[in-house]
Design a binder for this molecule. Structure first.
Ligand SMILES: [Zn+2]
Length: 414
């Protein structure tokens, strides 16, 4: 145990030294914007973006979050073959070079999640030339080759299982292939932003890791505590992902990933899909959000029914504390940082669109991914590296999970 700890910390130290020697991030440009845009359009034709996390379903099922006029809404209430009022739709997916999406199903229990999983097939039926629900890497490649956007179902927490792992099989049969291990602290382990209760992974959580490996469901470690991350990495036989998280070394918020975990992710063969959420990108924005949230919730608690007063207090606070600017370059810094720490093979892109309130200028919606790629190309990222982060890495990781699952099915058949 001690040996592992020592060698891990030496590796961490060496990696951190190499990052700081390189100045952490590389804003020196080697290409003009026009040259970089050319590279990006070539990259996206060969390897469209597979986005690690999208909350489009909030517009059909997020009753409180999106303040829907009726809830749930049908496909016809929020058509996505035209530009929507949200951050996601088919025209903007097309413009953004998106070929695949890990689409988040919401709901408070397995019944809700099943209904929303079924809804993905309704979307496919409504837009048959554009969308296809997929459950395998082969299916994903086929859908993308035929010019469709592949939808891979994910669920942003395990709380809907209410501690009952057998319910996961039902969702698997409906097409679920990825699940955030836990969003808040729950029966399977501790979340990143509330009181820990399990010292990481619970006993039941260990069984869940095994079941997800056996079924071939991607373990998503976004939103969980570093101890839970570490415990999962001790156990999992398959690579894991972070579907929408950033590097804690650059933005110290609880749900970002510490360097020591990133180094373990490299050894695991998994990947981090870096996101575009302002408070996960810079410390300054993270502090602004935290302070604003504290004032918002304290005022709401004091005067729960006085919306006008709440609005006034927040407007006053914001006039004294203007929202800090976060740029495309700030997001690209996370890509440089993680690349230098653990290598480009472990990086993807996880937009979190329709799940964020303060979009970054230049990265406002799903059509803007090329702006980020252009920034990286200008910094010297090669065509090959860009293709890895747009789609190839996710296809590799998902393929490896399928192999682990196949192996365990063979074993259990014997
Ligand atoms: Zn999230």
């Amino acid at each position: 145990m001690r040996k592992v700890a020592v060698s891990t910390s030496i590796a961490l130290l060496l990696a951190m030294l190499s990052v700081s020697a390189a100045g952490q991030t590389n804003r020196a440009y080697t290409k003009t914007e026009a040259e970089a845009r050319k590279v990006v359009s070539k990259v996206l034709k060969a390897s469209p973006i597979i986005d690690g996390h999208n909350d489009l379903f909030a517009w059909y099922f997020g009753c409180d979050y999106k303040k829907l006029p009726k809830c749930p809404q049908g496909v016809e209430d929020y058509p996505i073959d035209r530009v929507t009022k949200g951050q996601t739709d088919i025209p903007r997916w097309r413009k953004g070079g998106v070929g695949g999406v890990l689409l988040n199903v919401f709901g408070s229990d397995v019944f809700d999640a099943s209904r929303e999983s079924a809804f993905a097939y309704l979307l496919e039926k409504s837009y048959p030339n554009d969308l296809q629900v997929v459950t395998t890497t082969a299916g994903m490649r086929r859908a993308m080759r035929s010019g469709k956007i592949a939808l891979l179902l994910t669920m942003e927490d395990s709380e809907k299982l209410k501690g009952d792992i057998s319910k996961l099989d039902l969702l698997y049969n409906l097409g679920l292939r990825c699940m955030t291990f836990t969003y808040m602290t729950g029966p399977f382990g501790d979340g990143s932003d509330d009181e820990p209760r399990n010292n990481g992974l619970s006993e039941n959580g260990k069984q869940l890791v095994k079941r997800m490996n056996d079924l071939g469901i991607l373990i998503d470690m976004s939103h969980i505590s570093p101890k839970t991350m570490s415990d999962i990495l001790d156990l999992t036989k398959a690579p894991v992902i972070f579907s929408h998280s950033n590097a804690r070394g650059l933005a110290n918020v609880n749900r970002n990933v510490p360097d020591d975990v990133l180094l373990r992710l490299k050894a695991n063969g998994g990947m981090i899909m870096l996101d575009m959420v302002a408070d996960h990108v810079t410390n300054q924005f993270g502090r602004w959000m935290k302070e604003g949230d504290e004032i918002y919730f304290a005022t709401k608690k004091k005067s729960p029914d006085d919306k006008a007063f709440l609005k006034h207090v927040m407007a006053e606070w914001e006039s004294k504390n203007p929202m800090p600017r976060v740029s495309v370059a700030d997001v690209a810094d996370h890509f440089d940082y993680v690349k230098q720490l653990i290598g480009v093979e472990h990086i993807g892109i996880g937009g979190d669109y329709d799940g964020m309130d303060f979009p970054i200028p230049g990265l406002e919606d799903v059509s803007t991914f090329p702006n980020l790629l252009t920034e990286l190309a200008r910094r010297g990222w090669s065509e090959k590296e860009l293709r890895q982060i747009t789609g190839l890495n996710l296809l590799r990781v998902f393929g490896e999970i399928e192999k682990v699952s196949e192996g365990s099915k063979k074993t259990s058949r014997r």
